[in-house]
Design a protein around this ligand. Structure first.
Ligand code: NDP
Length: 335
């Protein structure tokens, strides 16, 4: 003690457009235990998530903007290196919101102890973590998915989307998956056994394509992307269908506000339900999810793929690459 902590900071806000590596900086500072912060943790895995993009602008959102020049936050898994708290000891594995850095000091209120199961530790940032929880709550609580229904999933080769696809498939649903590369299509079809997967970047007319591959239409659309894709999906919904608005990644870096949905008449005529949700509102609604997901993972009913960048210095690149679709499954940084 003291220890040098290396962290990622935002250099400036990024109101529109794709972030650049020069918008970030890697900084260091000396940290040490004190009476308030009496646990030292070294992160092992850092979660990289699209929602962080919203915190890089000064606009009001469900989480405040990151502070310029200070540590960015995010979910992480670490190992306790030193503790003066009787409930934590050296070697304990902990979950926190102190991502985007290697070492940090905190107190017991900031940490959740993880009792590792027979699955890779980083699963707690993927299917057993926030993205799995999002898939589960989105499908059951907001989507009200029923066995045998037909579901369309966008960004299906990513962390939330691939979990949604697999849960729905395990329920006996017909799953149609959209993703942005042939490699992701292959994974969805060959490994996850999804009924139909396509590369949206190769489709000229999405409405016609959806009609061709699924003439009966969709009971549920799990929307991770928003924009034109959402508008196309609305055309192909069944009467009384449901659309869960989980994300809007196609709009996150937009340089203009776009034209908005032009087919709200279909929402009316088909009596559709469109429902947005934020997973941070469901923190107290985790028990059933954790029980079910742990069981599915141990039974190999949910498979997990990850894209891993090494070292804190590569965190800005991992974030930009996530927004550009270079990940398959969960984007992670390994420290
Ligand atoms: P992903 O693992 O799905 O990674 C993001 C993916 O978005 C990229 O891989 C890329 O895949 C896709 N993408 C990027 N740009 C576009 C575009 N212009 N059009 C279509 N797809 C694009 O991330 P997550 O699984 O972590 O998150 C998925 C979605 O869920 C995001 O929108 C995120 O904001 C949202 N989310 C919402 C939560 C909530 O509480 N409501 C909680 C967690 C996540 P591709 O190759 O397919 O283009």
């Amino acid at each position: 003690m003291p220890v040098t902590s290396k962290f990622v900071a935002l250099k400036n806000y990024i109101p529109t457009g794709l972030p650049k590596e020069t918008d970030f900086e890697i900084k260091t500072k000396e940290i040490s235990l004190d009476t308030k912060n009496n646990i030292l943790v070294l992160n092992l895995w850092i979660s990289v998530d699209p929602y962080m993009r919203a915190r890089m602008t000064e606009r009001k959102n469900y989480k405040p903007p990151f502070n310029i020049g200070e540590e960015m936050e995010g979910y992480a898994l670490g190992i306790v290196k030193e503790s003066k708290d009787k409930n934590f000891k050296e070697g304990d594995i902990v979950f926190s919101n102190f991502g985007m850095r290697d070492y940090f000091v905190c107190n017991s209120n900031d940490l959740k102890k993880i009792e590792p199961m027979n699955i890779p530790l980083q699963t707690y940032l993927g299917p057993l973590g926030m993205t799995g929880h999002t898939a589960y709550i989105g499908l059951f609580k907001h989507g009200e998915l029923k066995p045998g229904q037909t579901i369309l999933v966008s960004s299906a080769g990513g962390s939330v989307g691939s979990t949604v696809c697999q849960i729905a498939k395990n329920m006996g649903c017909k799953v149609i998956a959209s993703t942005g590369s042939d490699e992701k299509v292959k994974w969805l079809k060959d490994d996850l056994k999804i009924d139909h997967a396509f590369n949206y970047k190769k489709i000229e007319n999405l409405v016609l394509h959806l009609k061709e591959i699924c003439p009966e239409g969709f009971d549920l659309y799990f929307d991770n992307v928003g924009g034109d894709f959402l508008e196309s999906a609305i055309y192909k919904m069944k009467n009384f269908g449901r659309i869960v608005i989980c994300g809007r990644i196609s709009q996150m870096n937009a340089t203009n506000p776009g034209s908005g949905l032009k087919n709200m008449a279909h929402v009316l005529v088909k009596r559709l339900t469109i429902k947005g949700f934020i997973i941070f509102d469901h923190e107290n609604d985790r028990e059933q999810f954790e029980t079910d997901m742990a069981k599915w993972l141990l039974e190999d009913k949910i498979k997990f793929k990850e894209t891993v960048y090494e070292g804190i210095e590569n965190t800005p690149k991992s974030f930009i690459d996530l927004l550009e679709g270079k990940n398959i499954g969960k984007m992670l940084v390994k420290i």
